[in-house]
Design a protein around this ligand. Structure first.
Ligand SMILES: [Zn+2]
Length: 279
């Protein structure tokens, strides 16, 4: 049975902390390095619901994509929601480890998992890492479909293949536009518009898109934009990461039980289609 320090070393090997963005907060948040690990849960968000799931599973380690404290804190009092998470983790001997932008940029990384879920073939990173001579690591991925689809069909593909959320899929563009090449980026991708435009793709699928960036991007080019819910674009990474850890566990004879959270932690909980007669 491996100790937490051994499992963390394996995770650090997959997603080295030094490859995270300078503003990020990755690595081990809670946990005793000498504690033994038999069960691991992967989830997007370190929130009450996923910690409860880890406790119910009797997991020893929760690995999340999002940091618990991105900007630090001066209190972990259980009267705060994040402090409650810290208390629940420690009281139940559940360690917490975070792989965020270091997992985004990894090979394979968050956007590879997203592309895989969508059935896209990855061609290259959207923003390649300068220090990767192989040119495989970086933010986002430029992908292609085996055969062109209309934007309407591609949106239906996203709705059918990404984990379900209340938001569903939002689309900006001509529904009959022909889509062959697609840039994807798990999570909030509207800072990548310049790179997407430079890549010359037909569509960009990401999350958290806002009025002005989308409006301006649409005015500049026929680029189609697809907004899937933030959680839905990153949850496929949990499946990928769990498979990677399972493979490591087999290689080392660790016999880890590796789980993926099925709890939808996207904060939007309902969607109502407009019925007001605007035209
Ligand atoms: Zn995210």
């Amino acid at each position: 049975m491996p100790r937490l320090s051994e499992v963390i070393a394996a995770l650090e090997n997959l997603w080295p902390a030094e490859r995270a963005e300078s503003w990020d907060a990755v690595g081990t948040v809670a946990g005793d390095p000498d504690q033994e690990v038999t069960r691991v849960l992967f989830a997007v968000d370190p929130v009450r619901e996923t910690v409860d799931e880890a406790v119910q599973l009797d997991a020893d380690l929760l690995v999340t994509h999002h940091p618990l404290y991105l900007r630090g804190t001066t209190t972990v009092a259980a009267s705060t929601s994040k402090g409650r998470v810290v208390h629940d983790l420690i009281k139940n001997d559940v360690a917490l480890h975070v792989a965020h932008t270091n997992a985004d940029k990894a090979d394979p990384g968050v956007s590879d998992a997203l592309a895989g879920a969508l059935g896209l073939r990855v061609l290259r990173p959207l923003v390649p890492d300068r220090d990767d001579p192989a040119g495989r690591r970086g933010l986002g991925r430029v992908c292609e479909l085996d055969a062109p689809e209309t934007l309407r069909e591609f949106a239906a593909r996203a709705a059918a293949s990404l984990p379900a959320t209340a938001q569903g899929i939002r689309v900006a563009g001509d529904p009959d536009a022909r889509i062959r090449t697609v840039a994807v980026s798990g999570g909030s991708g509207d800072s990548l518009f310049d790179d997407v435009r430079a890549a010359g793709v037909d569509a960009f699928l990401t999350a958290d898109l806002r009025h002005h960036p989308v409006s301006e991007a649409r005015a500049h080019s026929p680029l189609a934009l697809i907004d899937a819910a933030h959680w839905a674009t990153e949850q496929p990474w949990c499946q990928l990461a769990a498979a990677q850890l399972e493979e490591i566990s087999e290689r080392h004879g660790w016999n880890l039980r590796v789980h993926v959270s099925t709890t939808v932690t996207d904060p939007w909980t309902a969607h109502a289609a407009s019925t007001h007669p605007t035209h």
